[in-house]
Ligand binder design. Structure first.
Ligand code: HEM
Length: 199
């Protein structure tokens, strides 16, 4: 992936990132340091993470149905690369732009935000458990916190990217601006809520 083809995702990722209050999102200094202190240890977890991730997805009918026959080895390779790049750092604009693009790759295959959020939860749970097994309580906590903030932050970018992709497709089909659909969605939500209120 070249920087040029990521350009559009840089802009989107930055726009979504700026919506997150700094104390409630990934902390580029503190969290990146926690990753960096333990990257060698975390590299060693790649096999378990990849195997467990796909056992989980293939063990559940709704997520199993997303995959094509014989696709698993290729998917394991891409998740392996993703995990190793994540534990390696750095957590720069390119990384977050790439995560926004990865979200879109999933939209193409019908993977929902619900599935993505559940698997981020699985990843955070798994690395936090491994951290507790291998590190002092304090370091395990710092690493688990860093992963949790990363997971929520990336999931925020993915879910906004998902919405943006759908709105853009609708706007394109109707020949109007994306903003028109956002406005309509707000109005429709207000109308629906008003119809629910008693009296
Ligand atoms: C923590 C959540 C997830 C991460 C980090 C992740 C990561 C990735 C990455 C890095 C790729 C390769 C993207 C590329 O080609 O540039 C990919 C592709 C793919 N992932 Fe995921 N994934 C996640 C969740 C899921 C879930 C929940 C499903 C299905 C239920 C899924 C199914 C797929 C499929 C089918 C592809 C191939 C897409 C295509 O090229 O057509 N992933 N994933």
């Amino acid at each position: 992936m070249t920087d040029k083809s990521l350009g559009r995702f840089y802009v989107l990722a930055q726009e979504f990132w700026s919506q997150l209050p700094p104390s409630a999102r990934f902390r580029p200094l503190e969290d990146a340091r926690a990753f960096s202190r333990h990257k060698e240890l975390m590299r060693g977890w790649v096999g378990q993470v990849v195997q467990g991730f796909y056992d989980t997805l293939f063990g559940h009918p709704a997520t199993r149905a997303i995959f094509r026959e014989g696709e698993r080895p290729a998917r394991e390779r891409t998740l392996r690369d993703w995990y190793l790049r994540t534990v390696e750092g750095p957590f720069n604009g390119q990384y977050f732009a790439w995560q926004t693009l990865v979200g879109l790759v999933h939209v193409r295959r019908g993977v929902t935000n619900a599935m993505m959020a559940a698997m981020w939860n699985w990843v955070v749970d798994t690395v936090s458990r491994l951290a507790r097994e291998h590190l002092s309580q304090e370091e395990a906590q710092a690493l688990a916190d860093a992963w949790r903030r990363l997971g929520f932050t990336v999931m925020a970018l993915i879910s906004e990217g998902y919405l943006h992709a759908y709105l853009e497709a609708l706007a394109h089909a109707e020949g109007v601006e994306v903003g028109v659909f956002l406005q309509r969605a707000q109005e429709e939500a207000a109308r629906l809520l008003a119809s629910l209120s008693p009296g």
